[in-house]
Design a protein around this ligand. Sequence first.
Ligand code: ATP
Ligand code: MG
Length: 225
Amino acid sequence: MNPILKVSKLCKSYTQGDKEVRVLTQINLEVSRGERIAILGQSGCGKSTLLSLLGGLDNPDSGTIEVDGVELAKMSEDERSKNRSQKLGIIFQQYHLMRNLTALENVGLPLEILNTANHERQAGEALSQVGLSHRSSHFPSEMSGGECQRVAIARALVTQPSLILADEPSGNLDQKTGEEVMNLLFHLCSQHNLTLLLVTHNRELAHRCDRILELTEGGLHEQSK
Ligand SMILES: Nc1ncnc2c1ncn2[C@@H]1O[C@H](COP(=O)(O)OP(=O)(O)OP(=O)(O)O)[C@@H](O)[C@H]1O
Ligand SMILES: [Mg+2]
């Protein structure tokens, strides 16, 4: 079976005034279905940059990204957005919920983009999986940080994607809530056999994954567990 994610020779720089900030110089990565991979690395080394490229939210300078055998660069903007909603679930450190939508509406958004029938029922089921049925009509400002992150997890999982990209999902939460959220994420990933790419600063969490990669000097390096 083809890998769910294949990245070859990926490079990304930013221009800042007249300076070039080289962030990713040579990223190569192959991820099999169902694998859980942790990405460690110092602040500013390019972890979020890498996830935004993999999620098709930004473009690389060179190199290729194939999700489930299809190269991102060959997709139109429309196809990319569809691919993102269908195959990828993205979880950010700062939740990125729409503040004018309720918990239920936030979770249902990817289904709406995909024009799925019965999206309210499916969104309700996803919300119940993260234990938040009783908060379905709450807006993000009416929920705690942990609840917002659980809504974000439900939104990432609602389309039953094959690949979850998670950028320090517990980084903004107190230790206990962070652990609960991460236990939930690991539980849902194994229940649905999802592939997980988890950016984290937490080595203990990294050790719960199948592989640990460290991002240094613009490249990924396998760490022994
Ligand atoms: N839009 C931008 N323009 C210029 N430089 C940028 C831009 N976005 C990020 N950078 C720089 O690129 C580098 C990588 O940033 P990135 O956010 O990917 O790091 P990170 O590994 O996720 O860090 P952290 O662990 O703190 O979240 C940083 O040095 C940052 O200053
Ligand atoms: Mg980051």
